[in-house]
Design a protein around this ligand. Sequence first.
Ligand code: ZN
Length: 276
Amino acid sequence: MEGARFTKVEVHRGDLRWPLPKDFIQRLERQVVTGIGRRAKYLLADLSSGDVLIMHLGMSGSFHVFFKHDSKALGRYYHERSKHTAHDHVVFHMSSGAIVTFNDPRRFGSMKIVPRAKLDSEPLLNGLGPEPLGNEFDADVLAHACRGKKTSLKAALLDQRVVAGLGNIYVCEALHRARLSPKRVAATLAMRSGAPHERAERLVEGIKAVLTDAVKDGGSSLRDHRLTDGGLGMFQHHFLVYDRAGEPCRTPGCTGTIKRIVQSGRSTFYCPTCQK
Ligand SMILES: [Zn+2]
């Protein structure tokens, strides 16, 4: 898509998580994609008009790419589930010859177009915390965000206003690496003065390390996640706690057993022996 023009946009179903804007097709056709980016779990395509197309995969959305010269040739992205063309809701025909299709059986995915100049005040994005792998995310920022918070560390890290884009698996794994209990009160990341406690340093380190390792492995393919070539992510083979209830803790010297509890309706996995 990058550098290519939208030659034709088809909308088969516009009622995704929320309805597509009425002028959706009009604002895309003839525009060139000048850049592709990401913020938290939102995909961003900058357009030559100054608009930004915001896209979110929701629970079950995926894009697949075919090339016009051979409609059977797979592009660089393919997803097994997207063979059910009844769920092809939006189709982008690009001047590069690529046909980019958004497929989403459950329709929790979404798209929205906003002017780049108004992106900072866009409600979908403006409450988001820092990117966990960005330089702006450090112990100071995390401790400040958690100061006075009576919720658990697990809930705090899943809160996208504290840090953006962390999901259930990586929160469990990061807390384990930091040797912090998911039940610990979030406020204990800050000292009375507001300065970061040493726990905040450990946790930031744990978050950055687990994400860096997972990205290297292509993510975790439990059910649906696929690489752009259709292959599987491999990080699920390196989980230390996630989905390991009843199994021995892998921390060197720890004789604990991984336990599963439920916090705010989601499974948490941790070692009660070495995570305090
Ligand atoms: Zn342990």
